[in-house]
Design a protein around this ligand. Structure first.
Ligand code: UD1
Length: 451
């Protein structure tokens, strides 16, 4: 951003959030795999704020610790609002910690769909106070923006509005950008003689108008400022976010024949010309190169996949899975902490955990790495070009040399040299005519029982 002025964000999160019916603080509920408050923090940071203060209540120590533990930015501080006396009072608690900005952007921590470009328009607006508004046919519950000559002059909360005011469709989105030098005095002038006996932040608009302080308006879509108060609201926010993410990946050149069935995380990265078949789920931390195919009903989390990789259908790839160029993971394969290099194949019904599989190795159907002894995890190393016969158990720690061949149904531990054949299969034993005698014996005993 070119503007050299300093912008801070004050994010309000001290509300009780009781309607979520959860022990987890409201703003820590996740949308697309990220806590709501971090969606807001990320949007503010993308919009160019230099400092963030989050307002919490005295009992929300867990929330404060949680945010501070995950925040990557040292310029994020925590404020405490002693009593929940309203949004205007909440902002007051943050002012000493807001980093002495030129403008303060006031946001709500339960609005995960807030867009950075909208916030940027707000902080860059020339007015001393910039409101965020949206038009809607369903304005119930929202504060209404009162305009004179198309300019905002006041906000009236739904509960305080008369019938005529309730007809207004231009609603307050909640967020505000305010010239920081004016903010303390405006907040100190707020009164709580209203339907909820609260100090309403939006009342600063009426106060500003009375003092000839300039007020501007930025408009957005209703969903951009949607606040989440209930699990129903959380599900709606998730659905809206998923639509945004699907659109983003389609725009980036990812092919999906049924995008409405695919679920992404906020941080999913997929290169162009990759194909995602229906019903795939992307947990956090997945980074897929270009031209990768992920077949239906696959679940990925913590995965890196290079170009040309094929995955699924019905694959479960867990954190620490790295797939080299053109590697193949087939149906009903589970992987975890597994580096599967270029051209290697794990085509059917396997568990590959804590493993390093060399280039071009072939892992037969039903192969299992026995990586856990009940106390520790152990490593399986398979050299380039090795062939693991079907239904083998690789009892880690185990090291199979390059080009080695493991006979099907073997249980292998220790080391197998490069290019060797190793097998632990019991030799075939055949007893001619045995089954005829067995059947006769069984038939006779059944007849005796029936008598
Ligand atoms: C607010 C606006 C309303 C606007 C709507 C948009 C006020 C008074 N009203 O109403 O004009 O249309 O947003 O969604 O601002 N909070 C605190 N401390 C408090 C009270 C609230 O930190 O004492 C926090 C809450 O945790 C929440 C945010 O402020 O994140 C908004 O509070 P809430 O009571 O939900 O305001 P709305 O009813 O949504």
């Amino acid at each position: 951003m070119t503007d050299s002025r300093k912008f801070s964000a004050i994010i309000l999160a001290a509300g009780k959030g009781t309607r979520m019916k959860s022990d987890l603080p409201k703003v820590l509920h996740k949308v697309a795999g990220l806590e709501m408050i971090f969606h807001v923090i990320n949007a503010a940071q993308s919009a160019g704020v230099s400092h963030i203060a989050v307002v919490t209540s005295p009992i929300q120590e867990d929330l404060r610790n949680n945010i501070l533990a995950k925040a990557s930015d040292e310029t994020l501080t925590m404020a405490v609002q002693q009593e929940q006396l309203g949004t205007g009072d909440a902002v007051k608690a943050a002012i000493p910690l807001a980093g002495n900005p030129d403008k303060a952007l006031i946001l709500f921590g339960d609005t995960p769909l807030m867009r950075p470009d909208v916030l940027q328009q707000m902080v860059e607006h020339s007015a001393d106070i910039t409101l965020l508004g949206f038009m809607t046919d369903t304005p119930d519950g929202y504060g209404r923006i009162i305009c004179e000559d198309d300019k905002p002059v006041a906000i009236i909360e739904h509960k305080d509005a008369d019938q005529r005011t309730r007809q207004i469709k231009l609603c307050n989105g909640g967020a505000l950008a305010v010239n920081a030098s004016l903010l303390p005095e405006l907040l100190n002038s707020l009164e709580n003689n209203n339907a909820q006996s609260e100090y309403y932040l939006p009342d600063i608009v009426g106060l500003a108008h009375a003092q000839n302080i300039s007020v501007g308006l930025v408009t957005c879509h209703q969903e951009d400022t949607m606040g989440v108060d209930t699990k129903n609201g959380l599900a709606k926010a998730e659905a809206l976010m998923q639509n945004r993410l699907r659109q983003k990946h389609l725009d980036n050149g990812v092919t999906m024949i049924a995008p409405e069935t695919v679920y992404f995380s906020y941080d999913t990265v997929i290169g162009p010309d990759s194909t995602i078949e229906p019903h795939c789920i992307f947990g956090i931390d997945v980074n897929i190169d270009a031209s990768v195919t992920i077949k239906g009903f696959s679940h990925l989390e913590g995965v890196r996949a290079k170009t040309g990789v094929q995955i699924g259908p019905y694959a479960r790839l867990r954190p620490g899975t790295h797939l080299g160029v053109n590697a193949k993971i087939g149906n009903f394969v589970e992987t975890k902490k597994a580096h599967i290099l270029k051209d290697a194949k794990v085509s059917h019904l396997s568990y590959i955990g804590d493993a390093h599989i060399g280039e071009g190795a072939n892992i037969g159907a039903g192969t299992i790495t026995c990586n856990y002894d009940g106390y520790d995890k152990h490593l399986t190393e398979i050299g380039a070009g090795a062939f693991i016969g079907s239904n083998s158990s690789l009892i880690a720690p185990v090291k199979i040399g390059e080009g080695a061949y493991i006979g099907s149904s073997s249980s292998i531990s220790g080391e197998v040299n490069a290019d060797s054949l190793a097998l632990t299969r019991a030799p075939l034993r055949e007893i001619e005519g045995w089954s005829v005698k067995f059947r006769m014996k069984k038939t006779k005993s059944d007849e005796a029982e029936d008598k």
